[in-house]
Design a protein. Structure first.
Lengths: 1024, 144
């Protein structure tokens, strides 16, 4: 045909264009499934009614638009011009939207706001969710009525089809598609042009086309345009659109669209006045997963069970009814009009060399702004999650991106920079085609997630081939054994081996991809599997067979939080304290200094905010005396002597539980006071001395003796302890030696001190003035504590320099906030390179700027120096707080107790070293950790010492009995339901508190504490 | 070389026919299947194979309303398990079962494909998203 013919056809089509796309204000209400499920149709009805009632028919056009993708913000309304984006709209907002639209104003309260910064965004292109997307397939989504062919024509729809039919030949079209590099969007990414060519060249008079229409709701005309072009190019004269009947709306819309296309002469005989014919049918399918496999889909259309068959022959040679068949995913077809319209070169300018163009993904899981997104291929996971997705709710840690649903693979946090394209997605064991991107955070259990995937695949396996039919079932059973705590470690190797067999020997894609979640998580998250098997621990605290309540499961010491919280709600503080002390004798201390991982997993946190467990603990321990829990006591134990070296949290806990079951325990402490790091590491403004003393007194009260000023290696030896009649020794000597920065003159220049030594001097009341200008190097708790202590010791100006950014700081965020309130300056991406001195006096510290480079295994970016960025920070005191190590000088060089990394070496199960009867725990074994982790070691060691001496543990007996404890819930009317906010503690005034060591965080009032406790959802009472 | 050895009964209308019967009776009574087999000249075993392959067909009488909860991956990540148990709790029957009064049948499905509003549930042909166990209870309690 000629150019004239083309122009004529286009003109004829445009007669059908919607005349309404003129100067009216267009109010589009999303009619996608997401918004409909959230009440979008009611909003559309309300807006339509309100517009009619106001007689605005000539000024505004209210209509349903195709899904813009921001489903999690639904129902969504877009007012154009200028494309104001309103989210979470209710019917009651209709009047305000209309009035503002007519007046050209914006309804502020309905705008999208960044959940972290609170910044509001007005129009679609400004909203971060859209800003970082590249829209080819979804270019018209949210702008036009998806059910109107007129709307589609008005925005240039069918022009590519007219161009193809009137001025191009089949081979020319195929050549253009080949040049564009378009790859199949539904499966493993086969080259589309090549597939078209094979179908065109396959012998046969009649050829078919099948469109797998399981995605992209609302793009019917665009998909139709693409598939008609494809049919023309390959010479197919009959086509089937394969739809899933669960989506009735999609089925109805597609049927209507096909009917319209016939009416407009775009389907049927003599399309666009040419001799090209195409008839199209709709096939409604059931949801059978396996039917996504092309040969299974063909079987279903032929009226058979949807089971796949062996390829070759490929459908392009022998497909539907045994004839050459082009079978493609809807998204592949939806790309075609743009490629034919704008050319292969334009298309290649998007995406990467091997993966040109874009891909539509469904972004789901633990992300603030989920929905349907279209990304330029090669976009990084970081951009996807943090720019488009707005980050993870509650700013929890990103754990993995699961690509490709139940047949896909998981990418760990270390791969945040990974580009999303065919190659890299395949490399992680997933395929692009499944389009499902699920963000998993620290509260998602990888093994449980895998269990749901493999169980689904076992259900969906069609049963035709044995590896898939039997293998998926067996794998599902194995994974279920793991999450139910029934597995042994050897099972992992069996699971991995079976997964590989199923992957390599199954007949079709379903079986070949079903093992992917297992294989990728075994690769990247093996320790999570191992924790379930050996420690019976689920780090996400979600596996119900292992987890009684997330809080107590997550607590390193396993304290029964729901029970004592329930007792506090009832005002029964003595009982609450006794329960706490059963696993941790320091409720008052931990109520103040614990990092409370229990709260991070609290289920209430998924509803609104977690229970303030630490504050409740602090309140009850301030309120009640330190009552001892009941442990069974064996009178003969008093003849058994145990020596504990080090009166820190590990040693004291060990001594306490041994004393409670009747042993004679003596604790030897090298410093003049007991408490270890709790005394000399934590300043009084976080933990007042009298609080510490009260809880140490209770340990003495239980029967443990403490001898201070007695240092191992100086005053006694391990051999000596045994000779003196001690039958077992526990070493809890801590990690008190500050690490060095490795700078010249660091050890002998006056004014340079390590953080642990500085805090020790302050806490022991030694005469020490901080420098006028003090610089603290480091980003952990010791750094922040040292900085705040320096301020209170008279420093005029305190600056903390840290080599990474605030996000990576290990210090607790609440302590960082308090430090800022006290005018401590934090300078990030700074690393020390030398000390500056004048006349033998420290005058400054030479630093260099850093940038964050490549990621390490944990996903943290490594800091790298910026060349030529050196500068001098003036300072007359430098505190190096870059970590501590155990000081094991008391052991001979060749001692069997020396372990890796300069730590004590003991068995992780029994905490006993290679010398019989010598146990170890706390920081000396683990390196610097928290009080509660040291307590766990102390109690575990106590039970193991019992077993070593008597063959059984009374401590374990009591802890096992306590598992069955059940504290009755409070009456329902007292429950603090949703909407009742988490209580915050009062704090000392930042100005006033800087001058002394008074406690900063204050206690909750009794009423607040009890109400806070009454917010608890009592997960421990859930029966599964 | 021809490697295909397909010897299937081609019955393009079978599934449509089965759907029609199910729409009429709410399930597929045995007697109707025999009629279909006779009419299409296909063995009963073949018909049975197709019927039991697809979730949409039922050989037993079903409830007047169909409640279908998604157990897909996205819904699973967002608490789909709790949604299924809440629905089972309200209706008093497990997945795959029908209430004794034949009012409700509870089912689960691999994936609706509406992951953005996960967790999701279909009541007859109406889709509900962003569900919580509480919302499931109120939806199913108020539904007649």
């Amino acid at each position: 045909m000629t150019e004239t013919a083309r122009a004529e056809e286009m003109a004829r089509l445009l007669e059908g264009a919607d005349p309404d796309v003129g100067d009216k204000v267009r109010i589009g209400v999303c009619s996608g499934a997401g918004c409909r499920a959230l009440g979008g149709q009611a909003v559309l009805a309300a807006l339509t009614a309100a517009a009619e009632a106001r007689g605005l028919g000539e000024t505004v056009k209210v209509f349903g638009v195709g899904c813009p993708g921001s489903c999690q913000q639904g129902p969504v309304v877009i007012v154009d011009p200028p494309a104001y984006f309103y989210q979470k709209v209710a019917s009651s907002d209709a009047a305000d939207i209309l009035e503002a639209a007519v007046a050209g104003k914006v309804v502020e309260r309905l705008l999208f706001k960044d959940q972290v910064t609170g910044e509001a965004y007005q129009t679609v292109p400004e909203v971060p969710f859209f800003k970082h997307q590249e829209r080819v397939v979804l270019r018209h989504s949210g702008a036009i009525n998806p059910e109107s062919i007129e709307d589609y024509i008005s925005v240039g729809g069918f022009q590519a089809l007219v161009k193809a039919v009137t001025s191009l030949t089949g081979p020319e079209i195929i050549e253009e598609i080949s040049r564009s590099g378009l790859r199949g969007r539904g499966g493993a990414g086969y080259a589309v042009g090549e597939k078209w060519r094979r179908c065109r060249e396959a012998p046969g008079d009649i050829k078919h086309l099948i469109c797998n229409r399981s995605s992209l709701e609302g793009l019917d005309f665009q998909i139709l345009e693409g598939l008609i072009i494809a049919a023309f190019a390959v010479g197919a004269t009959s086509g089937v659109v394969y739809l899933r009947q669960q989506n009735q709306k999609t089925v109805t819309q597609m049927r209507a669209a096909v009917k319209k296309a016939y009416e407009f002469g775009l389907l049927g005989q003599g399309i666009l006045s040419s001799n090209f014919n195409l008839d199209l049918e709709i096939y409604e399918s059931d949801s059978a997963f396996v039917a996504g496999e092309e040969t299974a889909m063909i079987a279903a259309i032929e009226g058979e069970r949807a089971v796949p068959r062996v390829r070759p022959p490929y459908p392009t040679e022998e497909g539907l009814w045994g004839r050459p068949t082009l079978i493609s995913n809807a998204e592949t077809f939806a790309n075609v009009p743009a490629i034919i319209g704008q050319g292969a070169d334009w298309f290649r300018s998007l995406g990467t060399l091997e993966s040109p163009g874009t891909k539509v993904f469904s972004l789901t899981g633990k992300v603030r702004n989920g929905g349907q997104v279209e990304l330029e291929l090669g976009t990084s996971i970081e951009t996807l999650i943090y720019e488009i997705g707005g980050g993870i709710p509650g700013d929890r840690a990103f754990k993995a991106l699961h690509v490709g649903g139940p047949s896909g693979g998981s990418v760990p946090a270390a791969a945040l920079d990974m580009p999303l394209d065919y190659e890299s997605i395949e490399a992680v064991g997933a395929i692009v085609g499944t389009s499902d991107l699920a963000v998993l955070d620290e509260c998602t259990c990888m093994v449980e997630t895998v269990s749901s995937f493999i169980n689904l695949m076992a259900d969906e396996s069609c049963g035709k081939c044995a590896p898939c039919r039997i293998g998926t079932k067996r794998m599902a059973e194995m994974v279920d054994d793991i999450i139910n705590g029934r597995a042994e470690l050897g099972l992992l190797a069996e699971l991995e081996a079976l997964a590989k067999v199923v992957k390599t020997t199954s007949l079709c894609g379903l079986g070949r991809t079903a093992p992917n979640p297992i294989l990728t998580t075994l690769k990247h998250f093996r320790s999570e599997y191992e924790d379930h098997i050996t420690a019976k621990k689920c780090s996400a605290a979600t596996c119900s067979a292992l987890v009684k309540a997330p809080c107590s499961h997550t607590c390193p010491a396993g304290v029964d939080a729901p029970s004592y919280i329930a007792l506090v709600a009832q005002g029964r503080y003595d009982e609450a304290i006794a329960i706490h002390r059963e696993r941790n004798p320091f409720p008052s201390i931990c109520g103040r200094v614990c990092h409370h991982p229990c709260e991070a997993r609290c289920k209430r946190g998924q509803l609104d905010e977690p229970i303030a467990i630490a504050l409740i603990k602090r309140f009850m321990s301030d309120k009640a005396a330190p009552i001892h829990p009941e442990f069974p006591r064996d009178p003969s134990n008093q003849h058994r002597q145990v020596a504990v070296v080090g009166a820190g949290p590990a040693g004291l806990a060990c001594a306490y539980y041994l004393a409670l079951v009747g042993y004679s325990v003596t604790v030897f402490e090298s410093l003049p006071v007991a408490g270890g790091m709790m005394k000399v590491g934590i300043p009084d403004f976080r933990l007042p001395t009298e609080i510490l003393e009260k809880e140490i007194e209770a340990i003495i009260d239980a029967g443990a003796k403490i001898e201070t000023g007695k240092a191992l290696g100086r005053d006694f030896t391990i051999d000596g302890l045994f000779e003196a009649g001690h039958q077992a020794v526990f070493l809890g000597t801590g990690a008190h030696a500050g690490n060095q920065m490795g700078l010249d003159r660091e050890t002998d220049l006056d004014g340079v001190i390590d953080g642990a030594a500085f805090l020790r001097a302050v806490n022991l009341g030694e005469p020490l003035r901080a420098g006028r200008r003090t610089v603290v190097v480091g980003g952990g708790n010791v750094a922040i504590d040292a900085a705040r202590a320096a301020l209170r010791q008279g420093a005029e100006q305190v600056k903390v320099v840290y080599r990474r950014t605030e996000k990576e700081m290990p210090a607790y965020e609440w302590d960082i906030r308090e430090a800022r309130e006290e005018n401590i300056v934090l300078d990030f991406l700074v690393s020390p390179v030398g000390l500056v001195e004048q006349d033998g006096r420290l005058t400054g510290i030479k630093c260099q700027r850093m940038v964050l480079g490549a990621r390490d295994d944990q996903g943290r970016r490594r800091p790298e120096p910026v060349a030529g960025s050196d500068f001098v920070e003036e300072a007359d005191m430098v505190i190096a707080a870059i970590g501590q190590s155990p000081d094991l000088d008391y052991l001979p060089e060749d001692s069997e107790l020396r372990g890796r990394w300069g730590r004590l070496g003991v068995s992780s199960e029994t905490l006993m070293g290679d010398r019989a009867g010598v146990f170890g725990g706390g920081d000396a074994v683990s390196g610097p950790a928290s009080v509660v982790e040291a307590v766990r070691h102390g109690q575990l060691a106590a039970a193991e010492i019992e077993k070593y001496l008597t063959g059984a543990s009374l401590i374990d007996l009591q802890l096992a009995a306590a598992e069955h404890r059940r504290i009755e819930p409070i009456p329902e009317e007292e429950f603090q339901a949703a909407g009742i906010v988490r209580r915050s503690p009062p704090e000392a005034d930042p100005q006033a508190r800087q001058g002394d060591f008074r406690e900063v965080v204050l206690a909750l009032a009794e009423n607040d504490a009890r109400e806070e406790a009454a917010r608890c959802l009592r997960c421990d009472l859930d029966e599964d | 070389m021809k490697t295909s050895t397909r010897s299937r009964v081609s019955t393009p209308d079978l599934i449509l026919e089965l759907r029609r019967i199910q729409d009429e009776h709410g399930y597929l009574p045995q007697s109707t299947l025999r009629e279909v087999a006779d009419r299409l000249g296909a063995p009963m075993s073949y018909i049975y194979g197709v019927v039991t392959f697809f979730d949409e067909f039922s050989l037993e009488r079903r409830g007047r309303h169909n409640v279908c909860v998604c157990r897909g991956s996205a819904c699973g990540v967002k608490g789909g398990k709790d949604i299924i148990s809440a629905a089972a709790d309200v209706l008093g029957v497990g997945p795959g079962q029908t209430t004794p009064d034949f009012e409700y049948t509870l089912e689960t499905v691999s994936c609706f494909g509406n992951c953005a509003v996960a967790p999701a549930m279909l009541v007859d042909k109406e889709l509900y998203g962003d569900l919580t166990p509480e919302r499931v209870r109120s939806l199913l309690d108020s539904d007649d």
